[in-house]
Design a protein around this ligand. Structure first.
Ligand code: SF4
Length: 496
């Protein structure tokens, strides 16, 4: 059985079953890492190095083995000469933790700093700090003050490391949270150490738990989690009435309009189509251009004069159709990861969308990207604003007018595509989701790949974006056919 780490403690606080499973299972050491994990590691390392650079006299507890790290930390903290430690390790009974930074104060007590790659403080950071400070105190060291080191929005590439961070004191909030943690330590230690797994209990957090299908969701079809935008209060109201299946929701229970529609679809076992769907789909003017962007956002900006976490468009794909489902041209653009190419991208975009037909997008994201380009480049803002006037949001049309029980509460393309176009999927693509695409681009910009691998990855990025717009072409066609023929697996004409 493993020691109780911060992750296990905070997980068990919400769900003892999951905390128990994490504690009983040895941590799996994956032999391969994904691009998204690689980018997170790279970013974490860079931020850690820059944070440590703020305290040139600090000592890094480099040992990964816990026993050695705890001994080294204890010796150094008891040695009055050393005042700043990085990655200091602590253990008390079965509880362990590592602190990003601890600094000795003039009165001999300690200041603890938690480093986060975020620009905003979050409740989970308070919990992280409370657990770590609690264990340090139980290990015999007096924590006087506690603060968060966050990324400063004012940082720009080229500035020294001290400008990257902003330190915010959270002593009072964290100390109050420690007082809430203390009484439950013994109980969580016992629960996560039991021979038998604690009985799972359906809770709001199950919705995002990767074990849900094999745990509290096992064997339950049409779970209330499949209601669109179900919030915690409504979830609790339903479960307190003993309702976990959409089929069991009685008429008249307070739900949003979209939730009522989803409930009715499940209970009647048929899709819902608003009468105006056909009219809205007919607003598309041809030729139509199906557009999708990919973007990148990083804590440490990739280029000069850009704030942390600015969303930068990096590529687009456009399928041009002369009529429904008939592709006549594909255009794509991927920026050079080595420099800020937004101006070039905007110019190519205007040229590739030159014409008068509708520009079909999925969600309002593309509008946001084009608007930000228009604000950035006044000389081409008129052309960009003309593009905005031609946008047609297919997701909004679906969300307002169409619901299928198999959408499971969401109209994201990852949900609607398998239902309406089941023969098409993202399987087999080397890059199959937006977060991976963003991570790969960031790693390319940071020069983390050799020339040949970089060229291959650029092709994979283009393939992923192309799949998104082709999916929209097919989805649109199938939706129109659905309205006309009223069935999903109707014959499809003229597909590529
Ligand atoms: S599905 Fe729910 S009860 Fe089961 S482990 Fe996950 S959070 Fe815990």
């Amino acid at each position: 059985m493993r020691n109780i780490t911060k992750r296990i403690f905070l997980t068990a606080l919400t769900c003892p079953t999951l905390g128990w499973l994490m504690r009983q299972k040895e941590e799996e050491k994956s032999t391969t890492i994904t691009a998204a994990e690689k980018y997170q590691i790279e970013q974490g390392l860079e931020i850690g190095i820059r944070a440590r650079a703020l305290y040139p006299d600090g000592i890094l507890i480099a040992a990964r083995d816990l026993d050695s790290a705890v001994t080294e930390t204890t010796n150094l903290m008891r040695n009055k000469k050393e005042s700043t430690l990085f990655e200091a390790a602590f253990r008390i009974d079965n509880f362990t933790t590592r602190a990003d930074i601890v600094m000795r104060k003039d009165d001999g007590r300690w200041h603890m700093i938690e480093v986060k790659s975020s620009v905003n403080a979050k409740q989970k950071f308070i919990d992280d700090m409370a657990y770590t400070a609690m264990i340090i105190e139980r290990a015999g060291f007096d924590i006087a003050t506690i603060s968060l080191l966050l990324i400063s929005k004012a940082f720009r590439l080229g500035m020294p490391s001290e400008k990257l961070f902003v330190e915010i004191d959270h002593t009072d909030t964290v100390k109050a949270r420690i007082e809430e943690f203390k009484p439950v330590c013994a109980e969580l230690e016992e629960l996560t150490g039991m021979r038998e797994k604690p009985e799972p209990k359906l809770r709001f957090e199950c919705r995002s738990c990767e074990l849900f299908k094999d745990c509290t969701g096992q064997g339950i079809e049409n779970h209330i989690f499949d209601l669109p935008r179900l919030n915690q209060a409504r979830f609790e109201a339903l479960t307190e009435s003993g309702i976990v299946c959409i089929e069991d929701i009685p008429p008249g229970l307070p739900l949003t309009g979209n939730q009522v529609r989803a409930k009715d679809c499940v209970q009647l076992k048929k899709p819902h189509i608003e009468a105006r769907l056909k009219t809205e789909l007919e607003t598309v003017s041809w030729p139509a251009y199906y557009l999708d962007f990919e973007t990148v956002m990083t804590a440490i900006p990739l280029y000069l004069d850009i704030a942390p976490y600015t969303q930068l468009p990096t590529q687009y794909s456009i399928h041009k159709c002369s009529e429904l489902g008939l592709v006549v041209k594909h255009s794509e653009y991927l920026t050079d990861p080595g420099r800020d190419c937004r101006r070039d991208l905007a110019g190519h975009l205007i040229a590739d969308l030159n014409g008068e037909g509708s520009i079909i997008v999925y969600t309002s994201f593309e509008k946001t990207v084009i608007s930000s380009l228009a604000r950035l480049y006044p000389d081409i803002s008129a052309d960009l604003n003309l593009l905005i006037g031609r946008l047609v949001d297919l997701e909004a049309i679906i969300r307002k007018n169409f619901y299928h029980p198999d959408f499971l509460g969401s109209t994201s393309i990852k949900r609607t595509l398998p239902v309406l176009v089941p023969e098409m999927s993202y399987d087999g693509l080397e890059i199959g989701d937006g977060y991976t695409a963003m991570s790969v681009f960031a790693l390319l910009a940071l020069g983390k790949y050799g020339a040949s691998e970089a060229e291959t990855l650029k092709r994979h990025l283009l393939d992923y974006c192309k799949q998104d717009t082709f999916a929209m072409v097919k989805l649109h066609k199938r939706l129109v056919e659905y309205v006309i023929y009223g069935q999903i697996n109707c014959r499809v004409h003229g597909e590529r």
